[in-house]
Design a protein around this ligand. Structure first.
Ligand code: DGL
Length: 253
C-alpha cells in the first residue's frame, strides 16, 4: 500500500483527460497534476526543448514525493520518455504510447489511422511502435495542429470544430482504408464525440485512457495501490490562464 499521490503531467491541460480516466478506474488514488500552460503547445517545439521541459517537470514532481509519474502527453512521451526513464531510475515513469498501441494490437486491426500533433506524427513513434508489435499492420498518420488551440479556447461543441475536423480529416479518412483511429493527443478525447458523429464507422482509441490501465497494473504488481485516504488532489499550472479555468470547468462539471 502506498498513499502518496500519482504525478501526472501534460504540456497543457489535455492531460486532465487521463486524470478523469484514473479517477474512474481507481477512485482511491490521489493525483498531483502539472500542466505546463505557460509553455504549451509542445507539439510545435523542437525535441531538445520538449526533453528539457519534461525533465524540469519530472524533477518538480519527484520533489513533491509522488509515487509514480504518468506522462499524459503524447508529444512529451514521443520525445522524452526513454531519456526520463534512464535518468530517473528510482521511480516508475510511464507514457501514453505503448499502452495504447498494445490495446489496439490486441484487437487485431489490419490497418490503423493515427492523428496527433506535428511533433508526435513527425516522430513516427506510433507507426514504429505498432510495427514492433505487428509488422503487418498498415498505418496512416496525420498531424492536426489546429485542434489543440481550438480545444484550449473552449471551441469544442460547435460548427467551427466540426469544420476543422472535416478540413483535416475528410481526405485522410476517405483515402486511407482503416477503421481504427488512435487519438494520439491527450486533448483529442474532448472532441471524440465530434469525430464519432462525423465518422461513425471509425473505432476510436484514446491514449489518455489506455495509459491508466497500465498504471493500475504497475501499482498492483508493486503493492503500491492507495487505500481510501485524506490527501487532496492537487492541480498545478505554470500559468493560471483563463483557458486553464475554463477547461477545468468544462472537464469537471
Ligand atoms: N498534450 C499534447 C499531446 O498529447 C498536445 C498539446 C501540445 O502540443 O502541447 O500531444
Amino acid at each position: 500500500m502506498d498513499n502518496r499521490p500519482i504525478g501526472v503531467f501534460d504540456s497543457g491541460l489535455g492531460g486532465l483527460t487521463s486524470v478523469m480516466a484514473l479517477k474512474d478506474i481507481m477512485p482511491n488514488e490521489k493525483v498531483l497534476f502539472y500542466g505546463d500552460t505557460a509553455r504549451t503547445p509542445y507539439g510545435s517545439k523542437s525535441p531538445d526543448t520538449i526533453r528539457e521541459f519534461s525533465k524540469q517537470i519530472v524533477k518538480y514532481l519527484i520533489g513533491k514525493d509522488v509515487k509514480m509519474i504518468v506522462i499524459a502527453c503524447n508529444t512529451a512521451t514521443s520525445m522524452a520518455l526513454e531519456m526520463l526513464k534512464d535518468e530517473f531510475k528510482d521511480i516508475p515513469i510511464i507514457g501514453v504510447i505503448d499502452p495504447t498501441v498494445r490495446r489496439v494490437v490486441g484487437d487485431s486491426p489490419k490497418s490503423v489511422g493515427i492523428i496527433g500533433t506535428k511533433a508526435t506524427i513527425d516522430s513516427n513513434i506510433y507507426a514504429d511502435t505498432l510495427s514492433k508489435y505487428d509488422f503487418k499492420i498498415k498505418t496512416y498518420s496525420l498531424a492536426c495542429p489546429a485542434f489543440v488551440p481550438l480545444i484550449e479556447e473552449g471551441i469544442i461543441d460547435n460548427e467551427i470544430m466540426d469544420l476543422t475536423i472535416k478540413y483535416y480529416m475528410d481526405d485522410f479518412v476517405r483515402s486511407g482504408d482503416f477503421d481504427s483511429l488512435i487519438l494520439g493527443c491527450t486533448h483529442y478525447p474532448l472532441i471524440s464525440s465530434n469525430i464519432n458523429r462525423i465518422y461513425p464507422d471509425l473505432r476510436l482509441y484514446s491514449s489518455s485512457a489506455e495509459v491508466i490501465r497500465d498504471v493500475q497494473t504497475i501499482l498492483t504488481e508493486r503493492d503500491m495501490l492507495a487505500e481510501p485516504n485524506s490527501y487532496r488532489d492537487r492541480y498545478y499550472a505554470s500559468d493560471l490562464s483563463e483557458n486553464f479555468l475554463r477547461m477545468t470547468d468544462h472537464m469537471f462539471k
